[in-house]
Design a protein around this ligand. Structure first.
Ligand SMILES: [Zn+2]
Length: 128
């Protein structure tokens, strides 16, 4: 990938991860394919049209997303909707997983507030 393309991707969301919105250093940015390359037809976000359109996982600027390491690792080859569901399930899993004792105690003390009914919104969906 050309350096100037990588820089354009970094600036798509002003140096933030397109998914979680965390500020990322240029050197730490990972380039994610919004529509995974190994997928056939998928809906993808079109900035130009302001809506999801069906497409393939192309190597093009529209399909490249700046991502933090965590989001890129977690998303892997998931579609956007699969990724959204996985994030929600991951949060719910905290109540049952290895850290459930600590999570439930933290909830009891008001240190963590569960909000499982909140929608999972990606940064790029809110970005103006
Ligand atoms: Zn992220």
């Amino acid at each position: 990938m050309k350096k100037e393309d990588r820089f354009r991707i970094y600036n798509k969301y002003d140096g933030h991860c397109a998914y979680c919105g965390k500020s990322i250093e240029y050197k730490d940015m990972q380039v994610d394919h919004l529509v995974p390359k190994n997928r056939g037809c998928y809906s993808r976000w079109s900035d130009k049209e302001g809506k999801f359109v069906v497409s393939h996982g192309d190597d093009c600027m529209e399909n490249y997303m700046p991502s933090c390491r965590s989001c890129n690792l977690r998303k892997r080859d998931m579609s956007l909707e699969q990724f959204r569901d996985a994030i929600k399930e991951q949060a719910k899993g905290l109540l049952k997983g290895a850290a459930k004792f600590q999570v439930n105690m933290s909830i009891a003390y008001g240190l963590i507030q569960p909000a499982f009914d909140n929608p999972v919104e990606f940064y790029f969906e809110k970005f103006k």
